[in-house]
Design a protein around this ligand. Structure first.
Ligand code: HMG
Ligand code: MG
Length: 305
């Protein structure tokens, strides 16, 4: 595995989870597996496989535990599953999952819509998950949604984001990913969020998760890099959205993130050819034009030369 150093940026690929959870027609388990196997050839070292949530709520993520169990093993790649409660954690543990993620928000209304409880109640559920994870040596990542705007409440106070982030970290999450869920943020507002969080926590335990609804994700990531953040979530072919954030589009594409980082001299461990192949394959499966500017420029250049 590549050893992280100051110039290394870790990319957490969330396409198979965040990307596919919003598809109108759920992909089959074979199609979901094919995407992950493609991603395994790209040099990515962290891949979110799916979610152990209610299939009534998110049918696209049904049987994520089965998918996990069916993946080829690779000691260089960390696979993870989202687990909002103990029931989800137990499903993940039963298939040998070594990393899970719990998720809440800096907005009460969003938390209620997303996981059917208040922020405080979400922490009660996470306490059970964290205790079981500790007993079984499973790593836990935390997510905070709505770090800038909430689709139901509007602007969110950065202090509230910092508080929820700190709570997740104090509870035992090794890293907390800050989700700009609806993609409305601009770099000035993102800066204020990082300033609030960095007053409490080290940048090494924080990650950025930017959706690209208004085309601001790369600008927001640049701002985050300036603030010292070195872990970012992204989605191959810019897939995704959240079922409980209407109109929110996909994450920043892994392809555009790769371009930004490599041109700025950061190492990512990504193998470009394999990344572009994975991106082309999933776009074909979904019969969709890839929103990544870099992917489109790449294929045009390939055709010309
Ligand atoms: P609930 O209805 O409050 O749960 O759902 P409950 O405890 O009352 O149980 C109701 C039923 O759900 C029971 O089944 C449980 O067994 C079952 P029944 O007796 O009716 O047959 N159940 C479960 N089944 C499977 N897996 C589980 C589970 N837990 C209970 N883990 C729950 C609570 C959290 C399950 C529900 O609200 C849910 O599944 N929500 C979906 C949340 C989700 O996946 N959201 C999208 C991911 S978050 C995101 O996208 C944001 C992020 O990307 C960052 C960003 O961009 O901001 C991370
Ligand atoms: Mg997301």
């Amino acid at each position: 595995m590549t050893i992280p150093h100051d110039n290394f940026v870790k990319i957490v690929e969330v396409g198979p989870r965040d990307g596919l959870q919003n598809e109108k027609t759920p992909l089959t388990l074979e199609q979901r597996k094919a995407l992950i196997v493609d991603l395994m050839h790209t040099g990515l070292t962290s891949i979110e496989v799916g979610s152990c949530v209610s299939a009534k709520w998110v049918p696209q993520m049904a049987n994520s535990d089965q998918l996990f169990a069916d993946l080829p093993q690779d000691p260089n790649i960390g696979f993870s599953l989202l687990t909002p409660n103990l029931k989800g954690f137990e499903s993940a543990l039963a298939v040998g999952c070594q990393e899970v993620a719990v998720f809440t928000a800096a907005s009460e209304s969003f938390t209620r819509k997303n996981i059917n409880c208040s922020i405080d109640e979400s922490f009660e559920k996470f306490a059970d998950v964290l205790a079981a994870a500790k007993a079984n040596h499973v790593k836990v990542r935390g997510y905070v949604s709505c770090i800038v705007d909430c689709p139901y409440e509007g602007a969110i106070d950065p202090k509230q984001v910092a508080q929820v982030t700190q709570r997740l970290y104090d509870m035992g999450c090794y890293e907390v990913s800050l989700g700009e869920t609806i993609g409305t943020a601009t770099p000035d507002r993102v800066k204020k969020v990082w300033e609030a969080c960095l007053a409490e926590l080290n940048s090494k335990v924080l990650a950025g998760h930017f959706h690209n609804t208004y085309g601001m994700a790369i600008a927001n990531i640049y701002q985050s890099l300036e603030q010292g953040i070195r872990v970012f979530d992204s989605s191959i072919a810019g897939l995704g959205g959240c079922p409980y954030a209407k109109g929110a589009s996909g994450n920043v594409s892994t392809e555009d993130l790769y371009y930004l980082l490599s041109k700025m001299g950061f190492e990512t461990g990504i193998h470009l050819d394999a990344l572009m192949q994975a991106s082309r394959n999933i776009s074909q499966v979904l019969n969709r034009t890839n929103p990544s500017n870099y992917a489109n420029a790449y294929w045009q250049t390939q055709c010309v030369s």
